[in-house]
Design a protein around this ligand. Structure first.
Ligand SMILES: [Zn+2]
Length: 231
């Protein structure tokens, strides 16, 4: 009886510790070097795909407790300049992802190892075998997004919110998403070029394999991978 009671107490204590640890990790504060992008640039449209189930996994991703976009202050001020320039042309930025906690990247890795879970294959990676996602670099142990100055985004029309046609959709894993891909229309090339030239003008560098992915060239935390949750 005493032994049972002791084991019972141990279970209670262990469970409380796990709950407390979880709470601590969810309550981790947002560093003062980061900002909600809306505070700096209120008109930027936000569509956090990893908070929704409209992403390559098909479920909300770990660490996204709120559909808010956080980013370093330096990146936010630079993005605001891009936004103001696009606004003059009747256009706006729309953000799909920005700061991404390491726990979200860990979720991607866990998912990538479950080869039979392919519910979003047709939309996001129809021509890539799931087992090749690591080798081809679509999933990695770390992401520049966790450093806080990288953003995934597109351009929309201010008048109706319609996305400009970029020739492939956000997070489409394939050659069609590469900047060098030739087999798209001139209008699609022009739209990608507009995003690229405006982002570059204000200090962002492109990524050759994803037309939507940009990193602030002079990022303030080039070696730090953050893990605070988005809330
Ligand atoms: Zn990205």
């Amino acid at each position: 009886m005493i032994k049972t009671l002791t084991s019972f107490r141990f279970i209670i204590i262990a469970t409380s510790c796990i709950i407390l640890l979880n709470c601590a990790s969810i309550n981790e504060p947002i560093p003062s070097t980061f900002t909600n992008i809306k505070e700096i640039s209120p008109s930027i449209v936000i569509e956090m795909r990893y908070y929704s189930s409209d992403n390559f996994i098909g479920k909300r991703i770990d660490g996204y407790h709120n559909p808010k976009s956080f980013i370093t202050k330096e990146a936010a001020y630079a993005l605001n300049k891009v936004q103001l320039e696009l606004n003059k042309k009747g256009l706006s930025l729309k953000i799909f992802d920005s700061y991404r906690p390491q726990r979200a990247v860990n979720h991607f890795i866990r998912w990538a190892k479950v080869l039979e879970d392919t519910i979003m294959k047709r939309q996001y990676y129809p021509n890539v075998k799931k087992k090749d996602l690591f080798d081809l670099g679509y999933i990695a142990e770390r992401s520049g997004h966790s450093r806080g100055s990288t953003v995934d985004l597109t351009i929309i029309e201010l008048i109706n919110g319609a996305e400009l046609d970029m020739g492939s959709s956000f997070d489409f894993f394939g050659r069609k998403s590469h900047h060098s891909y030739k087999d798209i229309t001139n209008k699609q090339k022009e739209n990608r070029a507009l995003l690229k030239s405006t982002m570059e003008k204000y200090g962002f560098k492109p990524y050759s394999e994803e037309w939507w992915h940009y990193t602030l060239a002079n990022e303030p935390f080039p070696d730090t991978y953050f893990d605070f949750p988005i809330k």
